[in-house]
Write a protein that binds this ligand. Structure first.
Ligand SMILES: NC(=O)C1=CN([C@@H]2O[C@H](COP(=O)(O)OP(=O)(O)OC[C@H]3O[C@@H](n4cnc5c(N)ncnc54)[C@H](OP(=O)(O)O)[C@@H]3O)[C@@H](O)[C@H]2O)C=CC1
Ligand SMILES: CC1=C(/C=C/C(C)=C/C=C/C(C)=C/C=O)C(C)(C)CCC1
Length: 315
């Protein structure tokens, strides 16, 4: 009897949340104030990381910038300070667990307060077909795009739980929800990042830690240069052009500021979820029609040229 009552309640809740999210597409909920929050962004020297730092600054938050590249990280800090924001930079290799824990302590000591929003943004890609790809590059992708999330969450979640206040943002990718050819390292790492993030979100909900929010961000191609060359069929590109970095970050911020648990950017990329219901062979023909089966070929060639040019320079 209780089972049937639970089943009825569950179904009513499912319908309620479907209706609520449909309404929210039109009537956007109020955004939460984040002035006074301390936001830590990994990969803050890169394309999206830099824009996130500026966006959080616009909303009055102080930013802690972590990147393996100190000069690009300092450049981001300079831009934040020119906006009148507060930026604190640390040169951190997020694949080095000890480096993460040590610098997390350093942040607490230097600033005298806890990080309240964590944006796991740092990411890399090998850019080689698997049989041409050095093992070290594949390992690096997993370490940056996935393992790093373990260390940063272990470093900052305890205080968020203690305060029952915080927000964990994972910048994953649509390639963490569905795959394509020639990015086995990247897809593996982003699928893992999605799995990690969702398990963490379930854990916080199961423990009823209401004050610690999570947002999983899954963008399509963004024009930061990371995937230069990646192209789908011309006609389809009209429907799905690469994202402007600023637009991508604004869409992500809109989701973060209303505590939205998942955002795919653009909305059209929610559709491939349905492909899971189709037979594999159907997906293959859809991929071929769209040109997404070989969309990474030009990217791989671009990366190969870059590596050749760099090695010639070094030589
Ligand atoms: N660009 C795109 O098309 C898309 C990107 N994404 C994701 O968005 C995120 C940001 O991407 P994007 O801004 O384009 O990439 P960028 O390459 O521009 O920025 C990534 C940043 O992470 C830094 N980084 C790399 N390795 C480490 C490390 N071990 N420790 C600390 N920092 C590190 C990089 O430093 P350095 O430059 O020195 O390597 C760089 O500053 C990534 O997670 C990416 O996977 C998701 C969807 C689409
Ligand atoms: C596979 C595929 C598509 C193409 C996806 C591409 C090309 C994604 C590239 C994403 C990148 C580069 C993410 C980086 O993090 C479509 C057209 C959505 C249709 C559904 C199947």
């Amino acid at each position: 009897m209780i089972f049937l009552m639970d089943l009825q309640m569950m179904l009513l809740d499912v319908i309620y949340f479907i209706l609520r999210s449909s309404v929210r597409v039109v009537l956007r909920p109020r955004t939460k104030p984040i002035d006074g929050e301390l936001v830590l962004i990994t990969g803050a020297g890169g394309g999206l990381g830099r824009l996130f730092a500026q966006e959080f600054t616009k909303h009055g938050a102080d930013v802690v910038l972590w990147d393996i590249n100190s000069s690009s990280n300092e450049q981001t800090a300079k831009l934040v300070r020119e906006m009148g924001g507060k930026a604190h930079t640390y040169t951190v290799d997020v694949t080095n667990r000890e480096d993460v824990y040590r610098n997390a302590e350093l942040v607490r000591k230097d600033l005298g307060r806890d990080v309240t929003m964590l944006v796991n943004n740092a990411g890399v890609v090998a850019g080689e077909r698997i049989l041409d790809c050095p093992d070290e590059l594949m390992e690096r992708t997993m370490k940056v795009n996935c393992h790093a999330l373990f260390w940063t969450v272990k470093a900052f979640l305890p205080q968020m739980k203690a305060q029952n206040h915080g927000h964990i943002v994972t910048i994953a990718s649509v390639l963490g929800l569905f795959s394509t050819a020639c990015v086995e390292d990247y897809c593996a790492s982003k699928f893992a990042a999605v799995g990690f993030h969702e398990s963490l979100a379930h854990e916080l909900l199961a423990e009823e830690v209401e004050g610690v929010k999570t947002t999983l961000v899954c963008p399509y191609i963004v024009d930061t240069g990371m995937f230069d060359g990646c192209k789908i069929r011309e006609e389809m590109e009209l429907l799905l052009p690469p994202l402007e970095p600023q637009y991508c970050v604004e869409q992500a911020m809109n989701a973060i500021l209303i505590d939205q648990p998942l955002v795919c950017i653009p909305r059209l990329t929610y559709l491939p979820f349905l492909s899971r219901l189709l037979p594999w062979e159907s997906n293959v023909v859809v991929y071929r029609f769209i040109g997404s089966d070989k969309c990474m070929y030009p990217f791989i060639d671009t990366m190969r040229k870059q590596v050749c040019n760099t090695s010639i320079k070094v030589a």
